[in-house]
Design a protein around this ligand. Structure first.
Ligand code: NAP
Ligand code: MG
Length: 501
């Protein structure tokens, strides 16, 4: 690849990286998989192989968990001062900053997203997350407690690391999510085993190389690439793992819960969504329309919090749908490494088939296509951004997560009060995120209270910030990532009660 618009140093670094087979990182050393297997990751813009990486299996997970256990139970890690953990995270932030362009290009090649998006969004969010969580390492505290026990006591809580954490990430925002789990885990004093998605392992491999360069002690950060059904399943079932932090599908989340039951692992689950965008008649449409469009089309719809259901008041419905459709038709689809691509492909043939299958099911159920609904471009897994109207709540396209650039629009009238709007917003099994567009702040606040989702945004596009807790209600998951809660999710609370007299 030689693209004059992309930084040359990054192109050379990516070419060198792709030229070698990926390895596992266990106990501070890079090794081949125990069974010697390799998997191939492909460029979703072409469907062609990109490079090979190690197919870790249960034996590798066992070694990695063993290394993480030793580092936690016997190694110097538990005695490492919080200040040093903070320093390691900041050093890692500096290395990610140094390599930001290489990482963005590598992400773009492996995942398909536009290079500029990866650079400005994915990599920057990761850097912010590292700095933010570095700050927490020295600020995780217990409390002294006002007990009423007979006599004189000193009672307090300790916040201890939860232990060995298995971190499993998906393919839609691979680097950012790996960091979003690694950084709070390290801040809390855990040791980790990372398992990236089989479609996008590359930037996580590079992240672990940077951890090594930053000077993380052996065994603190381990990496096992491989298949979810092999490496992933072995990790969540392993008795040496104390906590699993997972982002991905609701179905896999459910399987993980069952597997984690063996030793009552703590589990954080960041699952799917079917998030609503509500546009009220008094909304500022100049802002609401582009936000509604990019709320579903950004990252080619492969976003857990994507605003995949649109509810607009009948007075503005036609204007909103027309505006969103115009934006959809103006988005340029192409490889992430091309200078003029706004949207990349979906991740795989499986996802392409899945998205087009949903489109077909929507049409069959009586929804009307306003735009899109078909494969775009000859090569690669491109889907034209799609807008459906005439949808009804019982349709699969209105209930299930499509995870592609497909918007389902519905209208409501003056008769819809706050309770009815909230009911429409809440009418799926999910509860991850919601957007409300209105100038009526009282209505916005009342809706925000009634909508069952982990995040509610008012008059705003994406609001991703390492300080803001993010996660789902209902089938969208358990627990929160980011913010103080995200760090505390990697801790265990211990009560100490000492009788003084
Ligand atoms: P997935 O199965 O949930 O994969 C997510 C991660 O879990 C990957 O690292 C995967 O490894 C791993 N995994 C799979 N099975 C596992 C198991 N039994 N035990 C432990 N780990 C396991 O998601 P997918 O199959 O790639 O995508 C399917 C659908 O999930 C999408 O269409 C979308 O609806 C949804 N999804 C949601 C999100 C989100 O952010 N909420 C992200 C991705 C996908 P492998 O990659 O090797 O399978
Ligand atoms: Mg790939």
């Amino acid at each position: 690849m030689n693209a004059p618009h992309l930084p040359e140093v990054a192109q050379r670094a990516v070419a060198a990286f792709l030229n070698r087979d990926g390895r596992l990182f266990v106990d501070g050393a890079w090794t081949a998989a125990h069974e010697g297997g390799l998997l191939t990751t492909e460029d979703p813009a072409t469907g062609q192989p990109l490079t090979r990486f190690a197919r870790g299996t249960a034996a590798d997970i066992d070694r990695a968990v063993g290394a993480a256990r030793r580092a936690l139970d016997e190694g110097p890690w538990p005695g490492t001062p919080p200040r040093e953990r903070a320093r390691l995270l900041r050093r890692l932030a500096d290395l990610v900053t140094r390599d930001a362009e290489m990482l963005a290009l590598l992400e773009s090649r492996d995942n398909g997203k536009p290079y500029g998006v990866a650079r400005a969004f994915d990599i920057n969010l990761a850097i912010e997350g590292l700095h933010y969580n570095a700050g927490w390492a020295t600020k995780i505290t217990g409390e002294t407690l006002p007990d009423s026990l007979p006599g004189e006591w000193h009672t307090y809580t300790l916040r201890e690391p939860v232990g060995v954490a298995g971190l499993i990430v998906p393919w839609n925002v691979p680097f950012t999510m790996a960091v979003a789990k690694l950084a709070p885990a390290i801040a809390a004093g855990c040791t980790v085993v990372l398992k990236p998605a089989e479609q996008t392992p590359l930037t996580t491999i590079r992240l672990v190389e940077l951890c090594e360069e930053a000077g993380f002690p052996p065994g603190v950060v381990n990496l096992v690439t491989g298949l979810g059904s092999e490496a992933g399943a072995a990790l969540v079932a392993h008795p040496g793992v104390d906590k699993v932090s997972f982002t991905g599908s609701t179905a896999t989340g459910r399987a993980i819960l069952t597997a984690a039951a063996g030793n009552f692992k703590r589990v954080s689950l960041e699952l799917g969504g079917k998030s609503p965008t509500l546009i009220l008649p008094d909304a500022d449409l100049a802002q609401a329309i582009p936000a509604a469009a990019m709320g579903i089309f950004a990252n080619t719809g492969q976003v857990c919090a994507a605003g995949s259901r649109l509810f607009a008041h009948e007075a503005v419905f036609d204007k909103v749908v027309e505006g969103v459709a115009r934006i959809a038709e103006g988005l340029r689809l192409g490889p992430g490494t091309a200078p003029d691509s706004d949207l990349g492909p979906v991740i795989s043939q499986t996802q392409l088939d899945r998205v087009l299958g949903y489109v077909e099911s929507g049409s069959r159920a009586g929804a009307r296509l306003v735009t899109g609904g078909h494969k775009a471009r000859e090569q690669g897994y491109f889907v034209a951004p799609t807008v459906f109207v005439d949808t009804s709540p019982d349709m699969a396209i209105m209930r299930e997560e499509i995870f592609g650039p497909v918007l389902c629009a519905s209208r409501f009238g003056d008769d819809a009060d706050v309770a009815q709007l909230a009911r429409a917003a809440n009418s799926t099994e999910y509860g991850l995120s919601a957007s409300i567009w209105t100038r009526d702040l009282s209505r916005a606040h009342r809706l925000a209270r009634r909508i069952r989702s982990g995040t509610v945004k008012v008059n705003a596009g994406p609001a991703l910030d390492a300080a803001l807790p993010f996660g789902g209600m209902k089938n969208s998951g358990w627990g929160r990532e980011n913010g103080k809660e995200g760090v505390l999710a990697f801790t265990e609370l211990k009560t100490v009660a000492m009788k003084l007299a």
